[in-house]
Every structure is written in C-alpha cells, then in structure tokens.
Design a protein. Structure first.
Length: 500
C-alpha cells in the first residue's frame, strides 16, 4: 500500500490540498512506495503564516527556553537514529551505515545549537566617551526558509533549522520531493521535544513551492543546497526580493596526488571519496590529478579496490554502495561514461549496465573509472553526481594547481603528500573553500563553517558554524548615555557623593 507524506504546519500534519502529488520510489526496487503532497502557493503561505505567528513569541523567548528544547531534541534524535536512517535508505537508497553517518553529522549542528548562549554573546565597550557605552548585539531575522537536496535528506536540513531556531527565528523547510519522509520525522521529534507549534514547519513541493518561498514578503532569508544552476537562480531571485541568501552550489572536487604520496592511502581515499554515497554528494572527489610518474600505478591501485566494492540494497548489511536516486539520474550518469571514450578518455572501469540479482528494476549502476581525461571533456566539466572518477595527468605540482584553479567550481579539494612544505603551499594557493591535507573529504566539523568558492557558493555566508549564526542573525549597535545619580536634583539623595 502506498504511503502518503503530507505537510507539517503549525505543529501538526496538514493534508495536501493542491491536488498535486509526486511519486517517491524505493531506488533498490524501482517501486513507487510513497506519494508526497506538492504544495500550492496558498499552502506555502499557510506555512509562512504559521511561522510568522510563532515568531511573535519565539523571537523574544529566553535563551534558556530555547536551549532546553534543543537539549531534549538532541536526545530524541539520538534515540531515533536508526528510524531516521531507515527512512533515508528506503527513499534515497544509500546503505544504512552511510545513512547513520549522515544523522551523526547532522547531530553535530544540533549540539552546536545547544551552545547558542555563547554564540550569541554580544560586545560591550564602556566609557567610549564621557558616560557613554557602546554595545553590539545580534537579533533574529524572523521567518527564514530552507530548501534542501535529495542527497542528504536529514543532514542538510539539520545544517539549517537547529541554528536558525536557536537564534530565535522560525523556520519553513522545503525538502526534496524525492525523499521527503525524513524531514517530517525531524519535525515530529522537535514537537515531541517541546518546540512550540509553528516554529518549525515542513512544506513539500516542487518549483511552485520554491518560487512561492523566494517571493514571499514575510520570508527574511533563504538557505539552499543543490546544483549550481539552481543555486544561482535561488540567489538571484531571492536577492531581488530583498532576502538574505546563502546558496551552496555544485562541485568538481579534485585530489592532487604528488609523487611522494603514500599511494595505497591515496587509492583508499580516492575510492571512498569518489564512490561513497554512490558519488551523490557535493564533497565527493570526482577528479584525481596524478602528478609526474605516479599515474599508472595509482590508477591500477584504484581499479583493484573499486572492483571489490559490493553494490546492493541499502538495507543489506553487506552492501557498501546502494543505487542511485532515480532511473533518470542513473541514465544521465551512464551517458557520461559512454561518451568518455569518444572524447579521448581511457575507460578503465565501465559501471554502466550493472544490475543486482533479484532487484533488476532498481536504479543500479556500477563504479566507473576514467583515465587520461581531458579538461574539455563533458565528464570533467560537468558535475556528474554519481560513481564516476576521472583521472587527469599533470607533470608538475604547479601544473596540477593551475589545472584545479582553472575549474569554475571551488567547493573542496585535497592534496596527498608527505611533504609539509608542499601541503602548506597548496592550502594557501588553491582556490577552494575547503581543503584537505591527506584527508579526501574535508567537510568541517559543526563548529567550523562549510562552504565553497567561485560557482560553488552564491552569497556571503558559509553554512553552520560561526557563519551560520551570523547568517541567521543581524547586528545592532546601541550607544547609551545615562546621567550619573550624583547629578540628581537636590531634593533626591541616592547616597552618592556630590563631588568626585
């Protein structure tokens, strides 16, 4: 029987009223298991109205009240890790252990939000002039919105709303319609933790819902994670409507491997970073740049490891990689592999046409490895978002850095080397927002901020960490002068000396 996913507005489930529904499939079987309500403009307005009403009290609530809710929320999320991960696996397809890891990384931001009391401490300067003090404080924005992608249906929303509500805002989340169930469970657990009705709302939908949020006069800010074309659209449209925007786009993350690197460690890292989560993550390593003579040996080590990866349903404990999210996305990823040879690449591993016995209708694809890829090929230029690794060759460190810096993307990058001087040069010279040194996926911990450069980020603020707190608040500076009690009229004596 097909499950129905409705909206969560004002602290309760609200049935979809638009008459439009989207299919949600189990990627391992290809079967439609769920239908999700697709919101109309009126339904988005109802969610924003509920958030606006809740902000009247939540925005002035005490830090103690907010953190008490967040501590309870963190405990509930911890207790329901497996439930959240099971929903992710059922609708996204990633293996259960990977889904659990996603929940754990989201919990980091909830923990950061639990400590919001120190993050929101202001500044005070006394006696800037005679009897004049200046204080700087940060206050919430009001109603803020988050638009999140399919690849991390729990983690990316948790990158946004816990900090936003900790800062005193109320939130409207529009998750991906491809795997919507985890978002509803996150909201239900928040309500169980004591979050007041309307502080966190979930409205499902497609472009109609997105555009309604971008245009809504009561939405003060929009957070987005997704592809670069959509990030650019979100930033342009929401900014034109006077909103604060952080829009994280796509990536083509490179790993530079120097001749002195530990090639076994580099190959292990390349396989895990390129093929983990089936390559459906913006921090995947999708391009390895082999410097000097190490290319052939490195490619062979990657091939040996990739051939051993077990692909299967995400709920099978022996599976190391699951299917892709949809059949259409699987076919698009496969097209890059099929076209690579025509554009000069050597196809070392071809994962297209892969199936799993007993699950032939699933959205399966195997691991692909492309060597000697040119920088003008489609497989290199585009964000494939699947288990396809391109290997490029460079003669020198300088050539490799120039190649990476020429990319329009600047999300994350990594270098593998034993040379501390080369690593130090790399972290200063490379044009990317996140850098790993012998670390293939340099996703920052929750108390630092996540974000790229160039076409990987639109807006001034990275997400979570200090940048996240600043994004969800605005500064105010208060200058005060008070009369000294000693200057009170003669008829009043407050016990202060008249002269000093």
């Amino acid at each position: 029987m097909t499950k129905t996913v409705n909206h969560w507005i004002g602290g309760k489930t609200v049935e979809g009223a638009s008459g439009n529904w989207g299919p949600v499939t189990d990627p391992a079987t290809g079967e439609v298991t769920t239908r999700v309500a697709l919101a109309s403009v009126a339904e988005v307005d109802a969610a924003v109205s509920a958030a606006k009403e809740a902000y009247a009290t939540w925005g002035t609530s005490s830090l103690a009240q907010r953190t008490a809710v967040l501590f309870r929320y963190r405990a509930l999320l911890d207790a329901h890790r497996d439930d959240i991960a099971a929903l992710i696996t059922a609708e996204h397809g990633k293996v259960h252990s990977d889904a659990l890891g996603e929940v754990a990384r989201g919990l980091e931001i909830v923990e950061l939000a639990c400590g919001i009391t120190t993050q929101l401490k202001g500044e005070l300067s006394t006696q800037v002039s005679h009897r004049v003090d200046v204080a700087a404080i940060r206050q919430p924005l009001g109603v803020v919105a988050g638009i999140t992608p399919f690849n991390f249906p729990a983690m990316v929303p948790m990158w946004m709303f816990p900090l936003a509500i900790a800062c005193g805002n109320t939130f409207v989340l529009k998750p991906s319609e491809k795997d919507p169930s985890a978002a509803n469970l996150l909201a239900e657990l928040a309500a169980e933790a004591g979050l007041p009705d309307g502080v966190l709302n979930v409205v499902h939908g497609d472009k109609v819902a997105v555009d309604a949020l971008l245009a809504h006069p009561d939405v003060a800010a929009v957070s987005f994670v997704g592809s670069t074309p959509i990030a650019r659209y979100i930033h342009t449209t929401a900014s034109a409507n006077g909103k604060r925007v952080q829009a994280l786009g796509g990536a083509k993350n490179h790993m530079l491997v120097l001749p002195d690197a530990d090639l076994d460690a580099a190959a292990d890292a390349a396989v895990s970073a390129a093929y983990g989560s089936a390559g459906e993550r913006c921090m995947a390593i999708s391009a390895v740049v082999a410097v000097g003579s190490v290319g052939d040996e490195l490619v062979e080590k990657i091939r040996e490891r990739a051939e051993k990866i077990k692909i299967g349903p995400g709920n099978d404990p022996t599976s190391e990689m699951g299917p892709l999210i949809t059949a259409a996305h699987r076919d698009k990823v496969a097209s890059y592999v099929k076209g690579a040879a025509d554009q000069g690449a050597e196809v070392v591993l071809d994962g297209t046409g892969y199936t799993v016995d007993g699950f032939e209708d699933g959205h399966w694809i195997g691991l692909s490895l492309l060597d000697k890829v040119s920088t003008d090929s489609d497989a290199y230029r585009d964000e494939i978002f699947g288990p396809v690794l391109c290997v490029l060759r460079a003669e020198t460190y300088e050539e490799g850095v120039a190649l990476i810096n020429a990319s329009p993307f600047g999300n994350g990058t990594a270098i593998f080397t034993r040379d501390g001087g080369a690593a130090r040069r790399f972290q200063l010279e490379i044009e990317a927002g996140m850098v790993g040194v012998n670390v293939p996926i340099p996703v920052p911990v929750g108390y630092h901020s996540f974000g790229g450069w160039k076409d990987s980020l639109f807006g001034d603020h990275h997400i979570y960490g200090n940048d996240g707190v600043h994004f969800y608040t605005r500064g105010k500076v208060v200058t005060t002068r008070w009369p000294d009690p000693a200057d009170a009229p003669a008829g009043v004596d407050l016990g202060f000396p008249r002269h000093h």
